[in-house]
Ligand binder design. Structure first.
Ligand SMILES: C[S@@+](CC[C@H](N)C(=O)[O-])C[C@H]1O[C@@H](n2cnc3c(N)ncnc32)[C@H](O)[C@@H]1O
Length: 320
């Protein structure tokens, strides 16, 4: 576990405000975002990043439920498009909705939704994680999706800020005019270029960021919080310092913390007082240098095979 030294946050005095001010560094608005978003200036947000509510459970058992759920979000999406900057990005992170054992991948339903507002898809990112519930009647789900849209054709993409170490940095061109010269980039490779599988026309990038589960250092009581590092990659790539990052469903504030960590301005909306309280506490912990945090650059843990837990138990050895 690691926390962030407050010395690394020179531009933030620790204040989290409750109303928008252009000079503020961190703001959390309490209440239904359909109302709170209406008070925000048009075009102020360089990045909107969120995981919308999946509250599709028992109330949505009718055949039309999914459609109703999407329709209920429509006025909020209209407001989000309004507050998104002309050169801004919107990252919408969703998983599957399952009803009567039938799977509905929410990103497929959301895509036409955003297209109607003129947004342009730049990447459909697969957020892959290795742990989770084990299904017995279908393959266990091990990924969620992040749809990255831009409002226009001009947008920020800071690739160098998010490059990852290349597997073969010493690789050289073996023919042509550059023969003998290094073929890679000293800063590393594009994280989205790592295509693990190509399924139909989709290009699937694997983002190996451990899902926030009970053994993750950042876990709070929120049932589906973002890992901070998932947001960090988007913040670093799609915004510049001092830009505004907005999470309209900010929960316990993970996206806001990621923004403040990188000297961006953070704006969150949340209707649940308990989640707001936890988010406030996490901001205080960040300021005090005690926020548990899994850094962006830390590799995903791979067992060596020597750990007891990664060895075949005696009871199963005869069967294997
Ligand atoms: C999927 S969670 C997001 C969790 C968040 N990414 C985090 O890291 O904590 C959705 C959040 O949206 C909040 N919410 C749902 N509808 C809302 C609304 N209309 N206005 C504001 N917040 C809402 C819920 O209380 C919940 O905390």
């Amino acid at each position: 576990m690691q926390s962030v030294d407050p010395v690394l946050l020179p531009f933030w005095n620790g204040r989290v405000e409750q109303a928008f001010r252009p000079e503020a560094r961190a703001v959390m608005l309490s209440g239904d975002c359909h109302e709170t978003l209406a008070s925000l200036p048009r075009g102020f947000a360089k990045l909107i990043i969120t995981s919308p509510p999946y509250n599709l459970g028992k109330a949505y058992e009718k055949a039309t439920a999914l459609e109703e759920y999407l329709q209920a979000l429509d006025p909020i999406v209209a407001q989000l498009v309004k507050v998104l900057a002309k050169d801004g990005s919107l990252c919408w992170q969703v998983g599957n909705y399952v009803e009567n054992s039938e799977v509905f991948p929410l990103d497929i339903f959301y895509y036409p939704f955003f297209k109607r507002y003129g947004l342009k898809l730049r990447n459909r990112i697969i957020w892959h994680f290795e742990h989770g519930l084990h299904a017995s009647k279908r393959f266990s789900g091990r990924y969620e999706v992040l749809l990255w849209f831009t409002k226009g054709d001009k947008f920020t993409f800071n690739l160098d800020a998010v490059r990852v170490p290349s597997k073969y940095p010493g690789k050289r061109h073996y023919k042509g005019p550059k023969v003998g010269k290094l073929s890679g980039n000293p800063l590393g490779k594009n994280p989205s270029d790592y295509w693990q599988i190509v399924v139909r026309d989709w290009e699937i990038a694997l983002w190996e960021i451990p899902n926030v589960k009970n053994n993750h250092p950042e876990k709070t009581l929120h049932p589906c919080q973002f890992p901070i590092e998932l947001v960090e990659r988007c913040v670093l790539a799609l915004t510049n310092e001092d830009d505004w990052v907005l999470d309209p469903f900010s929960g316990v504030g993970s996206a806001l913390l990621a923004a403040v960590l990188h000297n961006r301005r953070a704006m969150g909306c949340e209707k649940d007082d308990e989640y707001l309280r936890i988010a406030t506490q996490r901001f205080a912990d960040l300021r005090a240098g005690r926020l548990p945090y899994r850094p962006l650059t830390r590799p995903v843990y791979r067992p060596t095979g020597r750990e007891k837990i990664s060895q075949m138990p005696i009871e199963w050895q005869a069967k294997a």
